[in-house]
Design a binder for this molecule. Structure first.
Ligand code: SF4
Length: 304
């Protein structure tokens, strides 16, 4: 991995000498520094795949749209493990973030190695409605920070759990945003301004709720915005293989039974989007999401 100047910015690029043999021949490639966070295979599944313990390129971009997706993956990779032999305009990737998902909710890209490539999101709101909200922390990349600043900065930073806090202090310093986090994940130790306690949901705004969901970690929470967008951290995600909502047993660091119980609490709420830190995003109508959630809970009860 090399740190090189490009168009007035610095970008990480992969090393051709470390190109993985699993890549198909051609322009784009992944090198041996890949930590297998799956950001690239989720962001550009037509180009990158997880071949086991790492990701690689299985289809070289052939269209402008595919090249842009590859460049978005390149700037989002937390370890600078994606490279290209040919010269490409880095702004193809940089300027795509924050990337609009729906309404006023964006995916930030630019993941951080310290959160193992966890995904973060931005909600834009006028200052009169409380200002913008960052959910979990992207990498504090100059390119992204400038773009967020141009979109109105950050008033509040919602942290789902201790693994995905990444550059929270730098965002706090830059934007003087209020951070929100649960006490049981070390919020006080991190100097968080708004500490959530206990297991009861807390209304942060008329359309924004924090729901404690212990399981992955003791102080894990999810955030529900407008009864539509559920920001789930490492609690809940979409499984493309099983075509339903799922949870990750192998990383239930605190308690799988607790996580199952927390999942049951979510049956009381409506949402159309699941926006995780790790795992795939999914959108469907609220009724179908409820069915998927019931299916997930039934499955969780069969897993020890
Ligand atoms: S985004 Fe980077 S670190 Fe993550 S799987 Fe892809 S190449 Fe590996």
């Amino acid at each position: 991995m090399t740190f090189v100047p490009f168009c007035g910015y610095y970008v990480f690029v992969a090393s051709l000498q470390q190109r993985l043999p699993e890549n198909v021949p051609g322009d784009f490639f992944v090198d041996s520094t890949c930590i297998d966070c799956d950001t690239c295979s989720q962001l550009a599944p037509g180009i990158f795949r997880d071949h086991g313990d790492q990701c690689s390129v299985y289809h070289q971009p052939e269209t402008d749209a595919e090249t842009q997706l590859a460049m978005m993956a390149l700037v989002s990779c937390p370890t600078g493990s994606i490279g290209a032999i040919e010269r490409h305009d880095a702004h193809l990737g940089i300027d795509a973030f924050p990337h609009l998902l729906e309404d006023n909710v964006y995916f930030c890209g630019f993941t951080s190695e310290s959160s193992f490539g966890a995904w973060s999101y931005l909600i834009t709101r006028p200052a009169s409605e409380g200002g913008n909200i960052l959910i979990d922390s992207p990498r504090f990349a100059t390119q992204l920070v400038k773009r967020i600043e141009a979109m109105g900065g950050v008033s509040q930073m919602l942290l789902t759990h201790k693994d995905d806090v990444a550059a929270h202090e730098l965002f706090r310093e830059r934007f003087e945003c209020e951070r929100v986090m649960h006490a049981d994940d070390g919020a006080n130790r991190l100097g968080v301004e708004h500490v959530i306690r206990g297991e009861e949901p807390v209304q942060l705004a008329d359309d924004l709720l924090v729901i404690p969901t212990p399981g992955h970690t003791r102080g894990h929470v999810v955030y529900l915005y407008r009864n539509k967008f559920l920001f789930t951290g490492d609690h809940l995600a979409w499984s493309p293989r099983r075509q339903t909502l799922t949870a990750f047993r192998s990383v239930a660091w605190y308690s799988w039974p607790e996580q199952t119980r927390s999942m049951e609490k979510l049956l009381n709420y409506e949402f159309e989007w699941v926006l995780p830190g790790h795992g795939d995003i999914h959108k469907d109508d609220a009724r179908t999401m409820h069915d998927y959630l019931e299916h997930c809970i039934s499955w969780m009860k069969t897993v020890k």
